[in-house]
Design a protein around this ligand. Structure first.
Ligand code: JEW
Length: 242
């Protein structure tokens, strides 16, 4: 997968050189390039913002540098990337969207700042590539860079070969519509708290059932909306929720 990120703070994306994402890049699973939007400015001050039409607080990102950046990174003669624009007004980012994005060949992230990017940049881009505004949640950040770090981490985990034990993808939260069960490791007793006996029994059938029950119980307690979206439950699952 190829990923291009455009930002006026490219150093904000430095964490993408670390850990599993860094290893995915080293192994060629992920080709990632971060670009400074000011590359596509031509004035001495390298201006990327201006006052908003209609008045109001703050500044808006000018269309011209963005237009030239998207022209350079999504040239007409190549298959168009999917343009992702983090925004408080975007579609909520979910694990399902992470799976969708992990199947794309080329992602292009536009990191806005100030009060956002001139709308015409997105409108023009949409004439030649898919454009998705994406929100992390109902709170306001200073810009899109943090959202790109979150989105890229959740997408990269899903790429083939990135996670050593692919099985862990199946059991993790939101993979099967439930929050995951609690996890434990040694020692068996710690500050008066013991590991649930079942997990030390070696009975893998009962352990799997216990984990499913705990996942259902936790989800019903913390995210009843997710339980409602599960559809029909079998009698064992219903018993766990009683
Ligand atoms: N746009 C905008 C905007 C509008 C009002 C006030 C502040 C901003 C700042 N901002 C500029 C770029 C940008 C990108 C993404 C977010 C963002 C995403 C989530 N989920 N929260 N915030 C915010 C961003």
């Amino acid at each position: 997968m190829r990923v291009d990120v455009v930002s006026i703070f490219p150093e904000y994306l430095a964490p993408l050189d670390l850990s599993l994402i860094g290893r995915a890049r080293a192994r060629g699973v992920l080709q990632l390039a971060v670009h400074d939007l000011r590359t596509w400015t031509h004035d001495v001050h390298r201006t990327v913002d201006d006052t908003p039409y209609g008045g109001g607080p703050g500044m808006v990102m000018r269309p011209e540098p963005w237009g030239e950046a998207l022209d350079a990174l999504a040239p007409a003669q190549a298959p168009p990337p999917r343009l992702l624009v983090p925004s408080p007004a975007g579609a909520r980012f979910t694990q399902a969207m992470a799976h969708e994005l992990a199947a794309e060949e080329h992602l292009l992230f536009a990191c806005g700042r100030y009060e956002g990017i001139d709308q015409r940049v997105l409108d023009h881009a949409a004439t030649r590539m898919p454009v998705t505004e994406v929100s992390l949640g109902d709170y306001v950040l200073f810009g899109g860079e943090v959202a790109v770090l979150v989105i890229l981490e959740s997408v990269t985990r899903l790429l083939p070969g990135v996670l050593g034990n692919a099985g862990s993808l199946d059991e993790e939260s939101h993979a099967h519509g439930l929050l995951e069960a609690p996890v434990y490791t040694k020692p068996p007793s710690w500050r008066g708290h013991d590991v649930p006996e079942i997990l030390r029994s070696g009975d893998h059938g009962r352990i799997a059932r216990w984990r499913r029950d705990e996942a259902l119980r936790r989800t019903a307690e913390r995210r009843p909306d997710m339980v409602a979206a599960l559809g029909d439950l079998d009698r064992w699952d219903r018993a766990a929720l009683e």
